[in-house]
Design a protein around this ligand. Structure first.
Ligand SMILES: Cc1cc2nc3c(=O)[nH]c(=O)nc-3n(C[C@H](O)[C@H](O)[C@H](O)COP(=O)(O)O)c2cc1C
Ligand SMILES: [Mn+2]
Length: 471
């Protein structure tokens, strides 16, 4: 059964023994995030904090910080690798499934408007000491609409509580929410915004994915799930909202007005460098939430957290789709490791069929939309090495790559303001490296791999327990 809301997802984790309920009181101020982070670094279970200081509402974290939990969200066997899930994504998203409108849903069980609106009612964590405040939008999907074409977009953009009825929001230039904002600026009208916190985690996977301008991410959530998202209209905004979401913050954003926001401990593991900066904000007009609300958050910060896992997963998927669209033969597997912040490094395994094939692949990666936004290191390996087996990738890098032959530096390309390897004032443009770790196709004499003998291996595996091994 596909998950279709957060509660269903949590129940599945609990069935798998992959959820821990914390009943000890935990402070929303730093303590909660630190428990979550230490647990994530031990590859621990998802956590439900049931006793958050000053609050009745529980907080759920680490939903997708392991491949096992990503697999639950994708409705696949829990031992599926990230690269295999990405391949499945490529297949499922070939047929998009639009959302369907319904009359009402649990999201309307509580409706706060006017004087009732108070963002401090919710157990919003402060994650890191130097953060500018409490971040209500971390595991969030922000809905906006193009005023000219009606295109609905979902994007994950961080949101800070600025006061009881105001949230800051950060749009990096070029993001679709910001393209919409610029159109409202021309019309001199406020932009309606709905921020969804707590729903089928597939939506978070999708709202942080590089999908083309003009495309409605709801169609991708439906495609990945195999059934349409049921949506209702907002209380204040004329935007589609999942009927079974936990919580929605609705409001309007004046396109040219700014207030101080940040800083925020970013997923690179660093602050982005500029400290507190004037950014856009939402005037909150309604907050709707389910009975017995579960507040959903993610720690962000250094790898590996939900953010790194989902970026690794969705960027591997879009890179793979892009390469498939380029019709390059022989691609065996693709992988963007979570430890590279889910964006800075890409590995592709290829079955070579002609001289220069591995170069073709390396150059293609940086020409794709995904590769050209943020991938700095491209590694190409032969077919015998799965792209997501980093131990084997390092082996290929060490034994098959001759630096002079294998390495190319590309000096200019699109970057991100979050890349800490570049000076704070010069982060628009980055260089890239392609590392070809393949044995050259044209070599007549190739190094001989040591192979286990099939018949002996089969014999040994058959007798495995007789030798005294348990597993
Ligand atoms: C936890 C998390 C926080 C993010 N925060 C921001 C942000 O504050 N601003 C931003 O522009 N992108 C942010 N991103 C990246 C965007 O979600 C991503 O680029 C996505 O493609 C945006 O949607 P769009 O392509 O429809 O604009 C974040 C991603 C994650 C996973
Ligand atoms: Mn988009």
């Amino acid at each position: 059964m596909a998950t279709n809301d957060l509660r269903n997802f949590i129940a599945q984790l609990e069935n798998n023994g992959d959820l821990m309920r914390i009943k000890t009181e935990v402070d929303w101020n730093l303590e909660l995030s630190h428990v979550a982070k230490v647990n994530e670094e031990k590859n621990g279970p998802a956590l439900l904090f049931e006793n958050v200081k000053d609050y009745q509402t529980p907080v759920f974290v680490s939903a997708l910080s392991t491949t096992q939990r990503l697999a639950v969200a994708m409705n696949m066997p829990i031992n599926t690798t990230l690269s295999q899930m990405a391949k499945e994504w490529v297949v499922r998203t070939k047929k998009l499934i639009p959302p369907v409108w319904v009359e009402s849903g649990p999201i309307k069980e509580n409706i706060d408007v006017g004087e009732q609106i108070d963002l401090f009612k919710f157990p919003v964590p402060k994650f890191y000491e130097k953060d500018g405040g409490r971040y209500i939008g971390t595991f969030v999907s922000v809905v906006t609409k193009d005023p000219e074409t009606g295109w609905v977009n979902l994007g994950t953009y961080r949101m800070q509580i600025l006061d009881e009825k105001t949230c800051g929001i950060m749009f990096i230039k070029g993001k679709h929410g910001d393209l919409h904002r610029m159109k409202y600026a021309k019309l001199n009208k406020p932009m309606q915004v709905a921020a969804i916190i707590g729903y089928d985690p597939l939506m978070f996977l999708v709202s942080s994915t590089l999908i083309g301008a003009g495309e409605d991410e709801y169609n991708y959530v439906g495609a990945l799930r195999g059934s349409p998202v049921e949506v209702v209209k907002g209380e204040y905004v004329d935007l589609p909202i999942p009927a079974a979401a936990e919580m929605v913050i609705e409001g309007e954003l004046w396109p040219e007005k700014l207030r101080d926001e940040g800083p925020f401990g970013e997923y690179t593991g660093y602050y982005s460098g500029k400290g507190t900066v004037p950014r856009h904000y939402i005037d909150v007009k309604a907050v709707t939430y389910r009975k017995d609300l579960i507040f959903h958050a993610t720690t962000v910060g250094r790898p590996v957290t939900d953010t790194h896992m989902i970026q690794a997963m969705n960027r591997t998927s879009t890179l793979w789709s892009d390469l498939e669209a380029m019709k390059i033969p022989g691609i065996q597997s693709v992988y963007i490791p979570p430890e590279s912040c889910g964006r800075f490094m890409a590995v592709v395994s290829v079955k070579q069929m002609y001289p220069g094939h591995s170069n073709h692949v390396g150059n293609a990666v940086i020409a794709t939309s995904t590769g050209s936004y943020g991938v700095k290191v491209v590694v190409v390996v032969d077919e015998d090495i799965p792209a997501d087996d980093m131990g084997r990738v390092l082996w290929a890098m060490s034994t098959r790559m001759a630096p002079e032959r294998g390495v190319q530096i590309i000096s200019r390309g699109r970057s991100t303001p979050l890349d800490p390897s570049l000076p704070i004032q010069g982060r628009d443009i980055t260089s890239r490296i392609i590392m070809d770790c393949c044995i050259p196709y044209e070599w007549e004499e190739k190094p001989t791999n040591i192979q286990l003998t099939d018949s002996v291996l089969a014999h040994v595996l058959e007798k495995w327990k007789d030798y005294g091994f348990n597993e």
